[in-house]
Each structure stands twice: as structure tokens, then as C-alpha cells.
Design a protein around this ligand. Structure first.
Ligand SMILES: [Zn+2]
Length: 449
């Protein structure tokens, strides 16, 4: 931690040299800043936090001019030994190895972390703004490494006695709050929905959900009415950006539509499923399975107990790999151990991963449909032989792809139909009320002189 320590020391001597009044003012500024950090109502804290993070490459002179982090000031003021924990906010252009180099973490340790990461594949997703935390022991040995993405996702790597790392994923549940919006189409549906109060992501999830039934660009007319019920996630009153559309109604000149989320699946108001099914195996035909999903497997190479989060199919290199369902490619990444791999998101609930590929046939962000060729199988990364490792995740947890309950349902069980009808009626009433109130508001606006 030489760099950060020298920044600290540099700052300490800078503070010592200051006249007393300046010290008090600085301390005051720090208190105001740290006050702003805990204020729940403002949306600024995240920005402030980022802007006061000390760049690692600063020289002492530059550091003296830079705005110090409040905790640094307090530590200097009390002359206390700084805690072992060091943190870093990822910046544009950073790579994991670059960051680790700055923190004087040996490459061998980074490989151990990447090895543990194979179970969660979190380290590939590091982007500017993400927070990394490092804990060292007295011998400057990395004992714990934490990766935080947003308000809800955290992965902790803890050093085991044998020199490898144990990995644990933490996903905060937060609170989900329901909100209702109503609006009229003027221009594109997406922008009209945004104007009504939804986010663009929510608007896109509606058009994606209904893409088999309607082409808004072609079918929407000015003046068409729509209502949306969304559930949004908050952690300590801060929106996390996670949300799901729970209900949607559309009264158009050419089309009427509806979609309701019930037991984690979408149906129209009559209870007909809006989802397409997955195919069980992401290959053209059924192949032999060489290793099954197993939460407690002894790894064939490392001999350690590690979960096997997927199903392995031994395949000749170059065998076409198909998307298991409709979705969007969320990752095409080369990982030291997973090799070239692809991840596809199928709505907010499901995702699939395809590891050890030889060639990707799709790019990140691309929409794919079930059965589409997305890659050629291979033997990349750490692998005992040419094979496809296939993972299926439900709500961010790997499940056995061969036995998991995946959507093939087309109707709601008759025992649940009553509950579904009640939910549709309740949400529809809310939507109609809001639409009527907005109509009244608009009339009032038009009457105004
Ligand atoms: Zn495998």
C-alpha cells in the first residue's frame, strides 16, 4: 500500500504545515462532506463519493492539492493508524491487473482470485464506478478482496489457509415499491412511456415482452392510451435501478394489449402465457453428459471441493452452440479459466452461460432467439478436454440445467386462476383510475386561459 500510504503521509505533513485556522476549516469541510454522504434524500452522494476518491497515481504534491477523502482527514487528525482496509473506485481505462499492480498485489494472488471467480464470474463485469476493497494482514498479504457493484451486489473473496480464496456472493434484497403510470402515445412509444414516468429500460422491457404480438413502431397511433404498473427496488431509499414491469395495458386505435406478471411469468389478462419456452439443451441434438451440475464436486484438476455450476457436454471443437432461449447477449468475454464464454440474459429472471468456446458468433448487446447459433464449442480456458460447460441461472443462482423448472407453462393452473383474476382486476382498477385522473387534469389544463 505504498502509494496510498505515501499519499496519506503527504497529506498528513501538508496538514501539519497549515495554520491552526486552516486546519479547523479543513476539518469542517470534511464534516460537511461526510454529512452529505449519509444524507438519504439527495442524489448527489454517489457523485461526491466518486469525486473525492484519491487517484492512485497522484504524486505527493498533486495529492496535497487534491481534495482529500474525509476519512483520511479524520485519521490524520486523530493520528490513528489507518485501518487495513483500502478501497478503490474503478476508473475508465482501468484493468484488474493494473489496479492490482498499484496495490502491490502479486500476479499469483490475482490468478488465485480469478480461479475462485470461476464460480461466480463477477470480476469480468468490473466497470468504472464499481468499488473494490482490499484487506491486508501485517505481512501485506491480501486476506480479503471485495467487489461491489451498485447498491445490491457484492462478492467477497476470503483467503483460505491453503492459499486459495473462497468466494461468496451477496445480493441485497432491498425493498420493492409499486408505482403506477398512465400516458398517451405521441411520437415513439418508448419516449411516451418515459414521459409518463417509466424509465427507458422499463419501456424497452414492455416492447420486448410483447414483440411477438405487436410492433409499436408500426401499430401505435397518436392518442393511444397506456398504463403501466412497475415495481422498483430501493436500498436505504436509493433506487438501485432494478425494476420489473408488473402490469401493462394498452388501448390503441388498432390494438388492445395487456400483460401481467404472475408467479414470475407474464400472461395477458385472459391468463395466456406471453413467454416462449426454453430448449433444455443448447445444442442441435442430445449429446452425452460428462459431468453433471453438482454443488459439491471434487474438481478434476485442482482436486478441491468446488461447485460445478453447469452441465458438461464433451464435443468436437467447432460444434455449433445454440441459444437456449430468446434473449440479449450480455457478455462475450475471455476468462483465464472459463475461456471464451458467452452469457445471455433472458428477461430479468433467467440467464445462461456457455464456457470454453472456440469462437463467438454474436456480439455483446445483440438480440438472439431460441435455437440461434451463438458460438462454436472449444477447449479454451482451464479444461480437461474439448467440451461445452453450460449454465442455467434463475434469479442469479445457478441451477441444474437438465432438471430445473424452466418456463414451458402455457396456462395458469386452475387452482391459481382466482388469484390471477383478482390481481388483474386490482391492478386494472388502479390503472383506469390514474388514466381518468390524467384525463381530468388535461381537460383542466386545456381550459386554462
Ligand atoms: Zn463444467
Amino acid at each position: 500500500m505504498k502509494v496510498v500510504t505515501s499519499v496519506l503521509n503527504g497529506f498528513r505533513s501538508f496538514v501539519v504545515q497549515l495554520p491552526r485556522l486552516h486546519k479547523i476549516l479543513l476539518l469542517l469541510a470534511a464534516l460537511i462532506l461526510s454529512g452529505a454522504l449519509v444524507s438519504p434524500s439527495s442524489s448527489a452522494p454517489e457523485r461526491i463519493r466518486k469525486s473525492i476518491e484519491l487517484p492512485l497515481s497522484l504524486s505527493d504534491a498533486e495529492a496535497a492539492q487534491a481534495l482529500p477523502a474525509p476519512e483520511v482527514l479524520v485519521a490524520a487528525g486523530q493520528d490513528a493508524e489507518p485501518e487495513h482496509e483500502q478501497s478503490y473506485i474503478v476508473r475508465k481505462g482501468d484493468t484488474l491487473s493494473k489496479i492490482f499492480e498499484v496495490f502491490r498485489i502479486p500476479q499469483a494472488t490475482m490468478y488465485k482470485l480469478l480461479e475462485a471467480d470461476l464460480d461466480v464470474l463477477a470480476l469480468d463485469t468490473i466497470r468504472p464506478g464499481h468499488r473494490l476493497e482490499f484487506d491486508f494482514n501485517d505481512k501485506q498479504l491480501l486476506t480479503r478482496f471485495t467487489f461491489k457493484s451498485g447498491l445490491t451486489y457484492k462478492v467477497v473473496f476470503s483467503r483460505e489457509k491453503v492459499g486459495s480464496f473462497e468466494v461468496k456472493e451477496h445480493i441485497a434484497k432491498g425493498q420493492w415499491r409499486r408505482e403506477v403510470f398512465a400516458g398517451e402515445v405521441h411520437g415513439s412509444f418508448h419516449l411516451s412511456a418515459k414521459k409518463a414516468g417509466t424509465t427507458l429500460a422499463e419501456a424497452y422491457s414492455i416492447t420486448t415482452l410483447l414483440k411477438e404480438r405487436v410492433k409499436f413502431r408500426r401499430d401505435a397511433r397518436a392518442g393511444d392510451k397506456f398504463q403501466v404498473v412497475v415495481s422498483r427496488q430501493y436500498v436505504k431509499d436509493q433506487p438501485t435501478g432494478n425494476s420489473k414491469v408488473e402490469g401493462f395495458r394498452y388501448q390503441g386505435k388498432t390494438r388492445t394489449l395487456s400483460a401481467f406478471l404472475f408467479n414470475e411469468s407474464y400472461y395477458d389478462e385472459k391468463g395466456r402465457s406471453l413467454e416462449k419456452a426454453f430448449q433444455r439443451i443448447p445444442l442441435k441434438k442430445r449429446y452425452r453428459i460428462s459431468s453433471s451440475f453438482n454443488p459439491r464436486r471434487r474438481h478434476p484438476i485442482t482436486k478441491k471441493i468446488r461447485p460445478h455450476n453447469g452441465t458438461d457436454f464433451p464435443l468436437r471443437i467447432g460444434t455449433p452452440v445454440l441459444s437456449a432461449g430468446d434473449g440479449v447477449v450480455s457478455r462475450v468475454i475471455r476468462h483465464r479459466y472459463a475461456g471464451l464464454y458467452i452469457e445471455i440474459k433472458h428477461g430479468y429472471k433467467y440467464r445462461t452461460r456457455y464456457l470454453h468456446l472456440s469462437k463467438a458468433l454474436v456480439r455483446k448487446g445483440q438480440k438472439v432467439s431460441r435455437g440461434q447459433r451463438i458460438a462454436l464449442s472449444g477447449n479454451s480456458g482451464r479444461s480437461t478436454g474439448p467440451h461445452l460447460h453450460y449454465e442455467f441461472h434463475i434469479n442469479n443462482r445457478p441451477v441444474n440445467p437438465m432438471t430445473a423448472k424452466i418456463p414451458v407453462v402455457k396456462t395458469i393452473a386452475s387452482s391459481k386462476k382466482g388469484a390471477f383474476r383478482q390481481q388483474v382486476a386490482r391492478q386494472s382498477k388502479l390503472m383506469q383510475q390514474l388514466q381518468a385522473e390524467q384525463a381530468v387534469a388535461r381537460v383542466a389544463e386545456n381550459d386554462a386561459p
